[in-house]
Design a protein around this ligand. Sequence first.
Ligand code: ADP
Ligand code: MG
Length: 270
Amino acid sequence: MSASAHSLSRPASDASVKNDLVKIVGVHKYFGDHHVLNGIDMTVKQGEVAVLIGPSGSGKSTLLRCINHLETISAGRIRVNDELIGYKEKDGKLHELHLKDIARQRRNIGMVFQRFNLFGHKTVLENIIEAPVQVKGQDRVPAKRRAQELLDRVGLAHRASYYPAQLSGGQQQRVAIARALAMDPELMLFDEPTSALDPELVGDVLDVMKDLAKSGMTMIVVTHEIGFAREVGDTLTFMDGGVVIESGNPREVIATPQHERTKGFLSKVL
Ligand code: ADP
Ligand code: MG
């Protein structure tokens, strides 16, 4: 494990080193003959929060899924920490990695979806220790101790023995975040984490994400929460039709979008 395994306690100053953590170059993705990603370039530096917005169907989820190789790519390269994701390159050609190498790469990348995807028959604590114990082979006692710390961090220390159905959607989503963090990922991907929540529950989840960002975690966040983008994002990228239309400082993109399509989209979500 690299030093970044301790990213939760990493002082913010370390994040200012600012290496490129995620490098996406010329990525294309087809589903059949549907060209869903059409040459995506995107870089996310260590410790940065990259917010991704765009209309439904623009390819945001597909791009996130490509970053942890839940989808294959049709062309281009995705690197995390300089390691090619999902493939090895030989004579300029990509060959898909073995499952165990794909699994190793995925362990380093946490993902939180719109739907919480918790195991319904397991308690909150069991949900969180599942992967550390089963996948990483951690002992249950330290795994539980860590899970309890993570629950405390997401404001749910008192819910360890509850079942998901006994929690609100916002609480379930915070458990899902804690569960992803239990694997000590170097990168966190969020795909519309608050879209399925009742409005009054959105703030608590965004607060947890804001804390995580402050701790120095590198994050790519697909969201329509423009306030979050403005306040927490280091970059804001607008996608439409499988291409990046524009990207930049969130305040600038929001205040003075350069493209008509960005203006049109922002006028609908602001
Ligand atoms: P977004 O997250 O921006 O709403 P998606 O990445 O989910 O967009 O989808 C982009 C396009 O790709 C859509 O037209 C969608 O229907 C299509 N698509 C997504 N996943 C699949 C799939 N597994 N098979 C075929 N088409 C898909
Ligand atoms: Mg989506």
